[in-house]
Ligand binder design. Structure first.
Ligand SMILES: [Zn+2]
Length: 420
């Protein structure tokens, strides 16, 4: 899957001294030349599969659920009639230089590109050749910058982190505050999108459904955002491609010679296409590669469609038992209501607690409010269960400080307690 040219370029880069690579960045405000679209998603997957034997099993379970969904026209139809899934996005801007600290307007422009591409509202959709025009799909999936953080506080959906790191790789350090990056928000409620100076000639990489929550999401090179400096990869299509992976799409050539991308309506093709091929580019006895698909390696200006089969595969994640179904009901994209001027009285006791935490709620609403327990990083603690009757079982929690978040969807009350 990797072009020989790229392997050569990498080995040359590897031979260059660290000092000269540093100089290149210090003396130039532009991004070092990208040798050709390169996405590390499959390399990251191989490394994760090697490190975690249980990942293959989780991915196989997701694949089985996807097959069931694909084989059932009723489930596909019910997803369509259920309306658009709008995914709350948190954008982690991890920057060292002013150029890497992309503007809020540029982040919004990236979200806008995602929304157009995933809805087939992109202005270049008319370029799809007639052989494929019947297959170009509106995926029914949309994106919105988060309007509340995991603790229920108002947010603009952008987390800015100043770092000492000059250049990042696909090793997920950018997703880790202890390594100079920014920690993921709960992946059950948000798409995490990291924007940084990704090195190694990479434009981006993503994690497929089934991987670890702490690294779930998408990483893109900061200059690949719309109007960035990474031409011809600066129309925001790197994010479209990587979010495609995050929604379980494989590269269009199936990452093998005439490989299988697990989608039936995309033609089998020999390998990645680069640049801007003219149609038809015939390989593997097909009628022409679908090189204008977002999951190929073509220039941003030369990719402008998802297929119906790809759309179905992505939507399976939001069907019954789907791996990302919880995002469809996330409140992350909805602004929290202003707190009432008089807070209802809430008491937690005993505090510290060992087995059971009692919660006194306003009497008239005790049954309708949700009570959830989070750690101080904002991850929901599934071990702590509210019984709907003013008690939370906490015996399964590790010792430490936690936050109880009590909400009726309009008001949110947060209080800390200690588990002993
Ligand atoms: Zn890719």
């Amino acid at each position: 899957m990797k072009g020989k040219f790229y392997a050569l370029a990498l080995s040359i880069l590897g031979m260059a001294s660290a000092a000269s690579a540093q100089d290149l960045r210090l003396t130039s405000s532009k991004t070092p030349t990208i040798p050709g679209r390169q996405c590390a998603t499959m390399d990251v997957l191989q490394a994760q599969l090697a490190a975690d034997p249980s990942l293959a099993k989780r991915m196989a379970t997701i694949e089985a659920q996807t097959h069931t969904f694909q084989a059932n026209p009723a489930s596909i139809a019910s997803r369509t009639t259920a309306g658009v899934v709008t995914i709350p996005v948190v954008v982690h801007v991890v920057y060292k230089t002013a150029a890497e600290n992309v503007s809020t307007a540029q982040v919004q422009a990236q979200i806008d590109v995602l929304n157009k591409d995933f809805a087939k509202l992109n202005s270049d959709a008319n370029l799809v050749p007639s052989a494929f025009s019947g297959l170009a799909a509106n995926t029914n999936i949309q994106f919105v910058l988060a309007q509340r953080d995991p603790n229920g506080n108002p947010s603009n959906g952008i987390v800015r982190t100043l770092t000492k790191t000059t250049s990042w790789s696909s090793n997920d350090a950018v997703k880790n505050a202890k390594r100079g990056g920014s920690n993921a928000w709960p992946t059950s409620s948000y798409l995490n999108l990291w924007v940084c100076n990704l090195g190694q000639g990479l434009l981006g990489y993503a994690q497929f459904p089934g991987g670890s929550a702490s690294t779930d999401g998408v990483v893109v090179l900061y200059s690949s955002l719309p109007n960035g400096s990474a031409a011809p990869y600066n129309k925001g299509r790197t994010a479209t491609h990587e979010v495609g992976h995050w929604l379980n799409l494989r590269h269009i050539w199936g990452d093998a010679s005439c490989g299988n991308d697990l989608v039936s309506d995309t033609p089998t093709q020999q390998t990645a296409n680069y640049g801007c091929p003219s149609f038809p580019h015939v390989t593997c006895n097909n009628q022409g590669d679908m090189s204008m698909n977002y999951m190929d390696y073509t220039d941003d200006a030369c990719m402008y469609m998802f297929s119906t089969g790809q759309s179905t595969r992505m939507n399976a994640l939001f069907g019954a038992g789907g791996a990302r179904a919880s995002l469809a009901t996330s409140l992350g994209g909805t602004a929290p209501r202003q707190m009432a001027t008089t807070k209802p009285e809430v008491q937690l006791f005993p505090n510290p607690a060992t087995q059971t935490l009692n919660v006194t709620l306003p009497a008239e609403k005790a049954t309708t409010w949700t009570v959830k327990v989070y750690d101080l990083l904002g991850y929901e603690m599934k071990q702590a269960r509210y019984n709907g009757k003013s008690q939370v079982a906490v015996s399964g929690l590790p010792q430490g400080l936690y936050q109880v978040v009590i909400s009726d969807g309009q008001q949110t009350i947060r209080q800390r307690f200690q588990k002993e």
